[in-house]
Structure formats: structure tokens, C-alpha cells
Design a protein around this ligand. Structure first.
Ligand SMILES: Cc1ncc(COP(=O)(O)O)c(C=O)c1O
Length: 549
């Protein structure tokens, strides 16, 4: 299968950029839109007023200050050791991505390649000598595009979305271009401080409690995924429960068994975290759910009481705000009561649905979150920030840092010793970290909170449009309907009929849905969230569903 809707990246590379690159004949760069022109008599040397007042050694060192092109040295230096026309190929790549996103609807949402197809297109061994960029770029069209599931396709209704937008992609590009590794404040103050600042912004945008702000006892940090956030929360909870003894002696048969709790509908990442943190999957209690598939708080309390009575130590509870299967919202206030009784850490996993709290009318999903010890949500799922970007907050940063901090001599520095800075390496599992805050910052600033709310509202309205049709169809039944962006339904005729609908939709190439099991029965999930999805895509999906039932 070949798709030829895009002009090939290789051709763009070979013939130079086609438009919009700001370059004039003769290699001069026109200032981008919005950039101030120098006044008469003012040197256009790329130096900005930000240079004023800096010590003289920096005055010779031009800072870009805005995204206008930096002054170029007479001889362009290669970006890496091999000569590479980064400027030309970079412009071509950006054009290619723009074409891809604009034309994505013409591609089948899911690839039709068999397992092994991609590897069969590739040489068995790496090249001994470097290859021309044109050849490398041509393989994007030849090998990569045909084997892509197009997550940004407006017919993508599967799982939860992983959304991208122009500003976030540029944030990702800039992060790569800067090549920053922000493990310590001192290894790039901007990387740390922008993250702290934008996480404070986001906490406010979502109506989260003040103690999650950096000005309070807690603070926010960007993790790669919700799975990592949950793992970090669990490690902090484990250490708090053991008086931080685990960091020294480990859990090798010492003290009472630590127990964890999440509903039967909780995401698999919770069991994974329990295993990785060494607590043992057998010590994860799966709490029964109520009719709406939310955790039964009385059952939770009974399980915690029983564990405590048996000499075990209830340590960690995960409440879901928007379960993966059906968007059920656990009763956080009652769960918080039980946690308080037992001194257990309460983590709220709002990976997808939490973003709905941008809209005041959906803030109710955050009832009780003010009593949580930690909370996570994924801007990469529903806030137009490209994967990966999980926002994770803790009430007490000291517990997290004490659990995760190891300071070897080679990382010691004056800023850390001063106690005045955050070193985010202590808030996550890996040491190194990417400059993810850029894409979050760009996205929030470009769309504004109001623009991001509009996206949520549009998706919710589109889901309602489909939900109404399913509800009115006697052959189908809604499963646990919720008022947000997820529609779950099944065929009344049984699993085979539901599976036939899924097969027909997914074979169409124009739409892609996923499934789950609820009460042992197959349920079709329509998760509305692609950046460009519109009424006509939902209507086309409905036509497919109706035609298959
Ligand atoms: C409720 C919930 N929690 C956690 C996750 C895991 O997300 P991540 O891929 O960011 O680890 C998901 C994924 O869809 C989810 O729906």
C-alpha cells in the first residue's frame, strides 16, 4: 500500500522549501510576522534590549530574544559533525508536516500492513557510510507513512486521543533544537522555571487546590505519562508509610505488608506501579464498583479496615476521575474520608477526563480533589499538547523529593546547595529530562484557556450528538452514559453484533473505534477528541454504525 497524497519530503529536500520559509532570494531572511523592524539608525544585529545591563562579556554574545532569525556566521557551521543543510531540510520537514496534517483525512486511519512489513522494507544492517538526506527522507513516504495509525485523523475515535497542534509541535521542535537536558535547575534554569510556572498556570486553569502550587507545600512537575506519575506517587506513599525506611533498607520482609487500593475499573498502570514499587500485585485490592462503574467507597473502607485489623498497613489509594473503559468518576470525597482514617496516600488519576475541568461547567469532576495527596492529568490526551506530557502535582513536595532524591558528588552545585531552586530530577524516576514545558507553554499561550475550553466543549457536543442517535436506536444500548466525550454502547443482539459493528467501522478506513468489556460483554467505545473532528465525521461514523447493526 502506498499513499502519495503528500509531495515527497525527499523532493522538498531536493528542491528547497516551497513556501512560507521566510527566506528571500539570495539567502536573506525576511523578519517573521509581528517582529519589530529596527528603527532608522538602530543596528539590526540580532541584539535585543534584553542585553542592556548585562556584564560586558555577554554583550558580544548575541541572544536571539525573539524567534526572529539569529545572525548567521559568515560560514554556516554544520549542526552535527557531518555537513547537513539543517535549514533547508528543516523547512522542508515543517512543510511536510503541515501537508500531512492538512491532508490527513485522505489517508486510511489505520494502516493495512501485516506484522513484519516495516522491517522487511529496511536493510538488515545499518549503512557504513552516511546516506544522502533525500534518500532518508524518501523512506518516510515509502516505509513510515503506510505503517502509521493516524492519531490526528478526524476519524480517530479509539482509546483516548493523543492530540497535537501546531504550537505544541513547534515546542517539541524547539526543545530538540535547544537540546537541553534539564535534570537540575543549573543545567538550564529556563527549563525548570518555565515548567514550575506553567504547571502553576495549569493548576489554576483546572481549578486545582492552592496547595498544589509551587508557592504552597506542593508543586507540579511534567512526567512523560500518567503511568510514571502514579509510580512516583506510589513510591512517595510507600516511603511516607514506612517513615522513609524503604529508601535505606528496602522492603525485604520488614514491617507490615503495605496494601494498595483501586477500583476494578482502574487503569492497568496502577498494577504495574504496584509491581515496580515492590509492593506485590497480591497487595493491590481491586475494590468493587457501583452501578455507574465508580468505586464503592463503603467496600473500600471495609477492605482497608480488614487489612488494618489483620496487621497490614493501608498505604495507597487511587481514585479515578474518568476510568478508561467508561469515564466513570470515583467518589473522591468519600474515598478521602477512608484514606484519612487509615493515613493512606490518595492519588487521583484524571489522565483523560481531568482536562474537562478547564470548563467551569465540568469542574464538578474535581469534587474532593482538594483532599488528595497527588493528582495527574495528561495534556497530551485532550489539550492539544503532543505526546508525551503528563501533568502531576503533589500536596507535599518534601515527601516526593525525600523518596526520590539521590545526590552524587558530580551533580552538586551552588544553586542546589542554596536551597532556592527546584531540581526536577528529584521528582521523577529518570535523572535526565526533556524541555517539555515549551510545548505546554506554547499551546496554552496560543489557544488561551478560552480556546482550549472551546475544544473540550466541541468534543463534548459532538459526543452528545452521537449519544442521542445511539439512544434512539432500538438495536443499540448505551452503556454507563456520561456527559463528556466518550460514548459507550453495545448491540442488544449480543457480542457478535457489537463486534460486527466494530469490524465494519474499522475496515472502512475512515474511522477507528476501540472496545472494552463491561460486565463480561463487549462494548464499543467512541472517544471523540481528534483535533479536527467535526459534525460530518461523527455523522459519517454514525452511518457506518447504523449500516452494520
Ligand atoms: C484513566 C487512565 N489512567 C492512566 C492511563 C495511562 O496513561 P499513560 O499512557 O499516560 O500512562 C490511561 C490511559 O489511557 C487512562 O485512561
Amino acid at each position: 500500500m502506498r499513499h502519495t497524497v503528500f509531495s515527497s519530503l525527499a523532493m522538498r529536500g531536493a528542491h528547497g522549501q516551497q513556501h512560507g520559509d521566510g527566506q528571500q532570494p539570495g539567502g536573506q531572511h525576511a523578519p517573521p510576522e509581528g517582529v519589530q523592524q529596527p528603527e532608522a539608525g538602530e543596528a539590526d544585529d540580532g541584539l535585543l534590549s534584553v542585553m542592556d545591563g548585562l556584564p560586558p562579556q555577554f554583550a558580544r554574545n548575541p541572544l536571539p530574544g525573539t524567534m526572529r532569525p539569529m545572525p548567521r556566521p559568515a560560514e554556516s557551521a554544520p549542526v552535527a559533525s557531518q555537513a547537513f543543510d539543517f535549514r533547508k531540510h528543516g523547512h522542508a520537514m515543517v512543510d511536510w508536516i503541515a501537508d500531512y496534517l492538512e491532508g490527513i483525512e485522505r489517508l486510511p486511519v489505520q494502516p493495512a500492513v501485516a506484522p513484519g512489513w516495516v522491517r522487511a522494507q529496511l536493510p538488515a544492517a545499518p549503512p557504513e557510510r552516511g546516506e544522502p538526506w533525500e534518500r532518508i527522507a524518501a523512506d518516510v513516504d515509502r516505509v513510515i507513512v503506510p505503517a502509521i495509525t493516524h492519531w490526528q485523523h478526524p476519524g480517530f475515535f479509539a482509546y483516548f486521543p493523543a492530540t497535537a497542534s501546531g504550537p505544541s509541535v513547534l515546542g517539541e521542535l524547539l526543545s530538540a533544537g535547544l537540546g537541553v537536558q534539564g535534570m537540575l535547575w543549573s543545567t538550564s534554569p529556563a527549563c525548570t522555571e518555565l515548567e514550575t510556572h506553567v504547571m502553576d498556570w495549569l493548576a489554576g486553569m483546572l481549578g486545582l487546590p492552592a496547595h498544589f502550587l509551587s508557592s504552597g507545600t506542593g508543586g507540579g512537575v511534567i512526567q512523560d505519562t500518567a503511568s510514571s506519575a502514579t509510580l512516583c506517587a506510589l513510591v512517595a506513599a510507600r516511603e511516607r508509610a514506612t517513615g522513609f525506611a524503604g529508601t535505606a533498607g528496602g522492603l525485604q520482609g520488614r514491617g507490615p505488608a503495605l496494601t494498595c487500593y483501586a477500583s476494578t475499573q482502574a487503569h492497568s498502570s496502577i498494577e504495574k506501579a504496584v509491581r515496580i514499587a515492590g509492593l506485590g500485585a497480591a497487595n493491590l485490592r481491586l475494590v468493587p464498583v457501583r452501578d455507574d462503574r465508580s468505586m464503592d467507597p463503603a467496600a473500600l473502607r471495609a477492605m482497608m479496615d480488614a487489612d488494618a485489623a489483620a496487621g497490614r498497613r493501608p498505604c495507597f489509594v487511587v481514585a479515578a476521575v474518568g476510568t478508561t473503559s467508561t469515564h466513570a468518576v470515583d467518589p473522591v470525597p468519600e474515598i478521602a474520608d477512608a484514606c484519612e482514617t487509615h493515613g493512606a496516600w490518595l492519588h487521583v488519576d484524571a489522565a483523560h477526563l481531568g482536562i474537562a475541568a478547564l470548563c467551569p461547567e465540568f469542574r464538578g469532576i474535581h469534587a474532593g480533589v482538594g483532599r488528595a495527596d497527588s493528582y495527574c492529568v495528561n495534556p497530551h490526551k485532550w489539550m492539544l499538547v503532543n505526546f508525551d506530557c503528563d501533568a502531576f502535582w503533589v500536596r507535599d513536595r518534601a515527601a516526593l523529593v525525600q523518596a526520590l532524591s539521590v545526590l552524587p558528588e558530580y551533580l552538586r552545585n551552588a544553586a542546589t546547595e542554596s536551597g532556592k531552586v527546584i531540581d526536577y530530577r528529584d521528582w521523577q524516576v529518570p535523572l535526565g529530562r526533556r524541555f517539555r514545558a515549551l510545548k505546554l507553554w506554547f499551546t496554552i499561550r496560543h489557544f488561551g484557556t478560552e480556546g482550549l475550553r472551546a475544544v473540550v466543549r466541541r468534543h463534548v457536543a459532538l459526543a452528545a450528538r452521537l449519544r442521542d442517535r445511539v439512544a434512539a436506536d432500538p438495536a443499540l444500548e448505551l452503556v454507563d452514559p456520561t456527559p463528556w466525550s466518550l460514548v459507550c454502547f453495545r448491540a442488544r443482539a449480543g457480542d457478535a453484533a457489537t463486534e460486527a459493528i466494530l469490524s465494519r467501522v474499522n475496515a472502512s478506513g475512515t474511522a477507528f473505534m476501540s472496545h472494552t468489556k463491561v460486565d463480561g460483554r463487549t462494548v464499543a467505545r467512541v472517544s471523540v477528541g481528534a483535533p479536527g473532528v467535526a459534525e460530518r465525521h461523527v455523522d459519517a461514523l454514525w452511518d457506518l454504525i447504523r449500516g452494520a447493526r
